[in-house]
Design a protein around this ligand. Structure first.
Ligand SMILES: *Cc1c(COP(=O)(O)O)cnc(C)c1O
Length: 356
């Protein structure tokens, strides 16, 4: 590409480019615009956020969720799209516990002449397993659909890009533009995963993922915990841990001390910021694979609530609650570990495989 800006910066390592360098590169690329879901509403770093290359190459703006309900508000998306006129409208999330109407997103994209890209990385298993159909199935509505294969699709670490005929040529130019040779062993594993996803048993699995998420959400709500959007209708439950007087980081650490591995996560308008956060994100695909059902997920909620209600923030020197340090009451970590081991022993990952 003959480009004065690229020429000017060609001697630099990408990590050495200044904000001004990036700005002139963006200018050189025609100041292309991307509109995606905001991070604290559940969007993904790769949807135009600064630490990611997408946020450096595109001018980015994001749409959030309704501050009252936490739900995606299509009128807000439409207003943002009309004002910003993005080249690419991105739909998709990694921490939003609800379904998305992709027909509406396409309508909005068409209204402003944008390309609709749906990143279904997180929920591809619910698409393949026909839990999301009609307007909730992104593939018939998006110009380009991207996904990972290693999340709810339950395959190897990797990805897929699907596109309409119109975009096929552009997508194919991704090799060699951003990709080198194929990983043929991963391609074989993807084929196996997709063959599994076509089986009737995968539909049962996908439905159970969604049913179990509801059970987990009910388990939390019945114990007085607060959930972002008040519940779930996909595979994600986002627990607002401010109801326990904790930050996400304290909750994550206390759970980890107790043998429960989770991710802290921002919640909309997070009072503790993107580092400490105020949420813990749960997903049901993995434990569903192990055979967990309603009762087991209710028990998971019980154990989590036990740990969190037994955790209190330490005081800082100034006498305010710390965002980082905490005290977990004696004995709770041990009893949680024992209870989790008992649950997991009843649902071995590979029944019939004896590990001794
Ligand atoms: C997980 C995910 C990706 C891919 O991230 P990896 O770090 O490669 O796993 C992209 N988009 C979304 C929405 C995701 O959830």
């Amino acid at each position: 590409m003959e480009s004065p800006a690229l020429e000017r910066h060609s001697a630099k390592n990408v990590s050495e480019l200044s904000e001004q360098d990036w700005e002139s590169l963006r200018h050189e690329l025609g100041n292309q615009r991307m509109l995606g879901m905001s991070l604290d509403a559940g969007g993904h770093l790769t949807h135009g956020f600064r630490p990611n290359i997408s946020g450096k190459m595109f001018q980015q703006r994001s749409y959030g969720t309704d501050p009252e309900t936490g739900l995606l508000d299509y009128d807000r998306v439409r207003a943002a799209a009309r004002e910003f006129k993005p080249l690419v409208l991105i739909a998709g999330y990694s921490a939003y516990p609800r379904r998305v109407n992709f027909a509406k997103m396409r309508e909005i994209a068409d209204e402003v002449g944008a390309t609709l890209m749906v990143d279904m990385a997180h929920f591809a298993g619910l698409v393949a397993g026909k839990v999301f159909t009609g307007d909730e199935d992104p593939v018939p509505h998006a110009h380009v659909t991207t996904t990972t294969t290693h999340k709810s699709l339950r395959g190897p670490r990797g990805g897929l890009v699907l596109a309409t005929e119109e975009y096929a040529g552009a997508v194919d130019r991704g090799c060699p533009m951003v990709l080198g040779g194929p990983l043929s062993h991963v391609m074989a594993a993807k084929a196996v995963a997709l063959a599994e996803a076509r089986q009737p048993s995968f539909r049962d699995y996908a439905q159970k993922i969604a049913d179990n998420a509801k059970s987990l959400a009910e388990g939390f709500l019945s114990r007085g915990a607060r959930l972002v959007t008040g519940g779930t209708d996909n595979h994600i439950v986002l627990l607002d841990v401010t109801s326990f007087g904790l930050t996400g980081r304290q909750a994550e650490s206390a759970l980890l001390d107790s043998g429960v591995v989770t991710n802290r996560n921002s919640i909309p308008a997070d009072p503790n910021g993107a580092w400490y956060t105020s949420g813990i994100r749960f997903g049901t695909p993995a434990l569903t694979t192990r055979g967990f059902g309603h009762d087991e997920f209710d028990r998971v909620a019980e154990l989590v609530c036990d740990v969190l209600s037994s955790t209190s923030p330490n005081s800082t020197k100034a006498g305010t609650p710390s965002k980082a340090t905490y005290t977990l009451a004696d004995g709770v970590a041990d009893r949680t570990r024992a209870a989790s081991a008992e649950l997991l022993d009843k649902h071995p990952l590979y029944p019939g495989l004896e590990l001794s």
